[in-house]
Design a protein around this ligand. Sequence first.
Ligand code: ADP
Ligand code: MG
Length: 728
Amino acid sequence: MTSIRFKALDTVQKRENIVVKTPSNRISDFYAANVFDKAKMKQYLSKDAFIAVEESINNGKTIDRSASDQIASAMKTWAIEKGATHYTHWFQPLTGTTAEKHDSFFEPSSDGRALEKFSGDALVQQEPDASSFPNGGIRNTFEARGYTAWDPSSPAFIMENGSGSTLCIPTVFVSYTGEALDYKAPLLKALHTLDKASVEVCQYFDKNITKVNASLGIEQEYFLVDLALYNARPDLMLTGRTLFGHMSAKGQQLEDHYFGSIPDRVLAFMVELETEAIKLGIPLKTRHNEVAPSQFECAPIYEEINLAIDHNQLLMDLMDKVARRHGFKVLLHEKPYAGVNGSGKHNNWSLITDTGKNLLAPGKTPKNNLMFLTFFVNTIKAVSEHADLLRASIASINNDHRLGANEAPPAIISIFLGSQLDEVLNEIETSKINKKMDTSNAMWLGIPKIPQILLDNTDRNRTSPFAFTGNKFEFRAVGSSANSSAPMTVLNTIMADQLIAFKKEVDGLINKGEKKDVAILTVIKKYIKDSKAIRFEGNGYSLEWEKEAAKRGLSNIKTTPKSLDAYVSKKTTDLFLRNQIFNEVEIHARHEIMLENYMKKLQIESRTIGELAMSNIIPAAVQYMNILLENVKGLKEIGIPKTQYEAQMDLIKSISEHMSIIKKSVDQMTEERKKANTIADSRKLAIGYDEKVKPFFETIRYSVDKLELIVGDQYWPLPKFRELLFLK
Ligand code: ADP
Ligand code: MG
C-alpha cells in the first residue's frame, strides 16, 4: 500500500499550471466592482439618503429609520443586479476569523407569492447567538444574546462564490448589555478618541484641521504549501504548524529566495488573489518572495485603519479560498516551520489630517517641524509609557515562537528612529530653548534642521519591533495571523491618551504666561528625556541587546500568559476606562479569552504530538527496525561475523532508544496535562500548560526528528521539510 505521503507527492508531480484570466489589463476597470462604495451610493441613493450616509461616515451621525430603509433598498437592488441572493452581517468575533450568517432576500408574500426584501432594520441590526462565540464569561453574568450593528464607515461588499453571491455588511458585534464581543467595536472607539485628541493638538498649528484619520498599510507575510502535502500532515491541519520535521539540508542559508523569481504556480495564485481583492476594493499593490523558501508577501496601499483592517481580514479569507483553487494551502501561522523564518504582519501606521497632511512627515519649515516633532515625540512617549501593553497586544501562542527567534524582533519593545532623527532628538534634549530668534530662522527655538526627505535615506532596521520609516511608524512585531485591531486599538488609545496629556501640560505652561511654541518645545524636551530608554538603534536580535535592555529596565516577557498581565494591570485599566475604550467587564473578558485561547491551542498541539508520535512515528520506526532485525538475523544465520553487522545493531539500538524516549515523554506529557486540567484559574492554567506541558514538545520532537534521519525514507509517513518547502 502506498503511504499517504507518497500519494501526496504523486499528486504534486501531476499538478498542471492554472492560467488565470483577469477581467481586464487595466485594474481601474474592475477596482471595487463588488463594493457598494460612494460612487455606487450616489447612483442608487436619493440625495437625502446619500447625505445621511456621508454625515455618518464623516461625523459619526446616526442614520434615521427612513434613510436606513432607503439605503437597504438601494443596496438590495444593486446586490441583486450583481447576482447576490443572500445578505449577511459580516463581523469579527474574538475567534480571530470573520463570521457570517446568511439570510436570503427572499420572503413569502401574503398572496402566496414571493418577494425579494431587505429592510432598514435588517441592515442596521441582526441577532446572532453570542453564547457560541468566545465571550470570556460575559455570558455567565449577562444575557447570552448579542447583536451586530452596521458600521457605515466600511462599505458593504459582495462575496462571490461559484454557487451564489452574498451581500456582506460590515458590523460590530456586541452583547445585549452593550459589551463589545469583537475586534471592531473597541477599535472604532479608539479611533474616535484619537481623532478628537489629535485635532485638539493640531489646533496649536493649523486651525483648518478638523479631522485626523489614523492610516494603516499592512504587509502580509505567508507560506504556501501544496494542498496534498498539507493534507498528509495532521499537525499542519490541526495546528497550522509542523510539530515535527527535521530541517531539510537546504533551508534559507543561501538567501536565494527573497525577491527571487516567483514560481509560475505561485504567480497564478497571486494573480487570482489580486483580481479577487481588487474587485473588493482592496488596493493590493505589492507581491514578492520572502526570506524563507515558499514564503511570500503581499501589501496593499495604506487606507484609513478601520477599512485597512476589514480589508486585511477579508484578504486572509480570500487567500485561503483562492489557494485551494490552485491546489495550495495558505499558512498564516507565525511559525509553520522551525528552522526558517516565521511570518509577520507589519503594521505601517501614521496620522493624516483632513487637509491632507501626514503628521508624521517632517515639513519644509521649522514651524512645520515643530508640528512633526510634536506627533513624533508623543508617539515615542506613548510607546515608552505603555510598552508592556503593546507587547501584550501582539501576544499569542503562535507569535511566541517568532518573537526573539533570531529573525523577528524580540519580546522587548523598543523604537528605532534612524541616525538622523536620533541625533535631532539628542540635540533638542541637550540644547537650550532659544526664545528670542524669529520663526524664519532654521534654528528657530533651537530646533535642529530636519531633512525633509527622510523616506529614502532613513536607515532600515529590520530587527526593531517599532521602527520609524520616513513618514510612518512600522510595528513589525504583529503576527501574521493576527487581527490587527488588537494592536491598533492599543496603539491608537495610548497615542490619544498621550496627546491629551500633552495638551494639558502645554496649556498649563501657556496659562503661566509661556509663549505657545516655547511651551510646546519645553514639553517635547521633557518627553524626549523621559522616553530615552525605549530608543534603540542597534541590532535588536543580538544577545547584547537583551542584556542592555534589562539594564535599562525594559521588560522582556517571552511567553503569552504572563505578558497578558499588562492587559489587566491598574495602569491599563485606568487608561482604557478614562478613554472609554473598554469597561472593566470587557477588559477581564478579553483577558480571559486570550488565556483560554492560549491554553486550548497548547492542548491541541500536545494532543496532536502525542497521537502522531504514537500512531505514525513509532509504527514507522518499528517497521524499519524489523527490516534491520531480519537483516541481522539473516546475516547471523549464514555465519557472518558480528563486526560486520554492527552498523545495523547500532541503528536498532538508536531507534529503540528514541522510541523509548518518545513513549515515556508522551506518557509524562499526558499526565502533566491531566494535572494541569484540574487548575481552575485561567491564568494559572495557561502558565501550567506553558511550564509543565510544553517542555515535552522539544524532547519528543528531538527524538522524532532524529528518527526521521535514521528510518528509511520509504517508511517515513509524514511529508518532509524539503517536500513541504521546495516542491512547486
Ligand atoms: P517597506 O519598505 O517596509 O516594504 P513600503 O513603502 O513598501 O515599505 O510600505 C509598506 C506599507 O506601508 C504599504 O502598505 C504602504 O502603503 C504603507 N504606507 C506607506 N505610507 C504610509 C503612511 N503614511 N501611513 C500608513 N501606511 C503607509
Ligand atoms: Mg516593511
